[in-house]
Write a protein that binds this ligand. Structure first.
Ligand SMILES: NC(=O)c1ccc[n+]([C@@H]2O[C@H](COP(=O)([O-])OP(=O)(O)OC[C@H]3O[C@@H](n4cnc5c(N)ncnc54)[C@H](OP(=O)(O)O)[C@@H]3O)[C@@H](O)[C@H]2O)c1
Length: 170
């Protein structure tokens, strides 16, 4: 199953201006945003290079270092050497340049998720709404002129600060 996991501000942004992610950490510990069951069930993670750079800069590791396994970073400019955290401690990270279709399972990053939707690959979306309005930044989903993506609500839950909404793609 392919699912897209994302924390969103109430006004629809997944990152603030300049890729600011501090608002997420203001409301919830990054480690606590996703439960252990979800982390254990994740067989592989795919993220875009922009998301990777923010992770690498702020807090190297996936889900606060709790996820260990395959990681695919999609980029047309792979660096010569991956950072140490990507290939140690159970992490098996690599850069891929042939797009999302080459490496799929859990998606982090809007542009990469959009391509999975366009390719009809996405099974589920988990959006965690944070109690903040950013007013500027990276939108959850932009596809001007494109067809609507029909979803079916599958679960609603809450943690201390976040409201969790899960949807299945039709
Ligand atoms: N709130 C949340 O839960 C959450 C989750 C994840 C990320 N974020 C944030 O959201 C922002 C991510 O922005 P984004 O979604 O626009 O970027 P993104 O998907 O993370 O990364 C976009 C980059 O990925 C590479 N890429 C994507 N598709 C490709 C393809 N088919 N072939 C080759 N390379 C490809 C390109 O890198 P190159 O330019 O190197 O080719 C592209 O510039 C970041 O600020 C991140 O921190 C938030």
């Amino acid at each position: 199953m392919v699912f897209w996991h994302v924390v969103m501000s109430l006004d629809g942004f997944i990152a603030g201006a300049g890729d600011d992610m501090s608002w997420v950490f203001d409301v919830v510990s990054a480690d606590a945003a996703v439960d252990d069951e979800h982390v254990a069930a994740t067989g592989a993670v795919v993220m875009g290079r922009r998301t990777f750079e923010v992770e690498d800069r702020i807090r190297p590791g996936i889900y606060g270092g709790r996820y260990r396994g395959p990681l695919f970073v999609v980029t047309s400019h792979p660096p010569d050497h991956p950072p140490e955290w990507m290939t140690s401690g159970g992490m098996d990270g690599r850069f891929v340049s042939d797009g999302v279709l080459a490496a799929i399972v859990a998606l982090l990053g809007a542009r990469v998720a959009r391509q999975a939707i366009d390719a009809g690959l996405l099974d589920e979306v988990l959006v965690q709404i944070a109690p903040v309005m950013l007013g500027d930044g990276v939108r959850l989903f932009d596809r001007p002129g494109g067809a609507a993506v029909r979803l079916t609500k599958s679960a609603v839950s809450e943690t201390e600060a976040l409201t969790n909404l899960a949807f299945r793609c039709r």
